[in-house]
Design a protein around this ligand. Structure first.
Ligand code: BT5
Length: 272
């Protein structure tokens, strides 16, 4: 059963949820992250959210493209703007990942795998990605949490170059999902997790590590031009990934490109 995907319906489903109280819903926009950054520049408050049925310039990290066709998926950005200490702002990517994973578990009954730092996978395929940005805006600092979820799309509709690595919730479960219901659940989950994160990120980190299969996951990562392989040990307080390499040395990785991951006892390893 899928209901109408409109701003009015989403507002009704949200009730008094603080996230999405200020909501802009577009049939099409360039990128919800761009739109929310512009709005933040004009004074958008904490919890403001932008939703688009389609994005014509959906973005991933490092200038990559996010496939955002009309009619099937969820594209949203949520504003965090309440004087969070700068060190904590960079950790919000983990909060967003856990919120997506919990929402998918609740709405679709499947437990996704969180791949460091910003991907959400099911059965080795990417079903969601998170892009956190801190646009320079006047007034209180702003962090934009951009979240794309592949919801009702068919496999053959993905562009050739990601057909083997991407999937939608409906491809995996054989069901169609109500996108407004999914988003209302996502916003409520974000709100609940944010309250705990603001007080102390430890609980959200622990949940992230659970969804990420720590410590039973090994990563091969391209980091500063070198490849590092090691077992996942922890996330440190700055959000860096701690890996134990084959020689037993602890490696701290702030940023890098995951080439491959292997999960003990799970046959869904993928590098994408
Ligand atoms: C991400 O980047 O995964 C972050 C994606 C964030 C998208 C949301 S949608 C709402 C908001 N507004 C925006 O403009 N962006 C955010 P990254 O880790 O760089 O992964 C990008 C790569 O994922 C691409 O290079 C493709 O290989 C692959 N990809 C592109 N579109 C995809 C899709 N719909 N599903 C799965 N994989 C995709």
């Amino acid at each position: 059963m899928t209901g109408e995907f409109t701003g009015e319906r989403l507002k009704t489903l949200l009730g008094d949820c603080p996230i999405g109280r200020d909501l802009r819903f577009h049939t099409s926009t360039d990128s919800t992250n761009e739109e929310l950054s512009r709005w933040a520049n004009e004074g958008a408050p904490h919890g403001a959210a932008v939703v688009a049925d389609q994005q014509t310039g959906g973005r991933g990290r490092l200038g990559r493209t996010w496939f955002s066709p009309p009619g099937v998926n969820s594209h949203t950005s949520v504003l965090v703007r309440d004087a969070l200490p700068p060190k904590r702002q960079s950790l919000l990517v983990y909060l967003a990942g856990v919120a997506v994973a919990e929402t998918i578990r609740e709405c679709a009954g499947i437990s996704p795998f969180l791949k460091w730092p910003n991907d959400v996978h099911v059965s080795g395929k990417k079903i969601s990605g998170v892009l956190c940005e801190s646009p320079a805006v006047p007034g209180a600092p702003a962090v934009v949490l951009g979240i794309g979820i592949n919801v009702n799309g068919r496999g053959e509709d993905f562009p050739e170059e990601i057909r083997d690595t991407a999937a939608s919730l409906s491809q995996i479960t054989g069901r169609q999902f109500d996108r407004a219901l999914l988003l209302s659940s996502l916003y409520r989950t974000l709100d609940r997790l944010y309250k705990s994160f603001r007080h102390d990120p430890a609980t959200v980190f622990a949940l992230w590590k659970q969804f990420a299969g720590f410590p039973n996951v090994t990563y091969r990562i391209l980091h500063n031009g070198a490849t590092i392989q090691g077992g996942a040990v922890d996330l440190d307080a700055d959000g860096a990934l701690l890996l134990r390499d084959g020689q037993g040395r602890l490696k701290k990785i702030h940023s890098g490109e995951v080439l491959e991951y292997m999960r003990e006892g799970v046959e869904d390893a993928s590098g994408h």
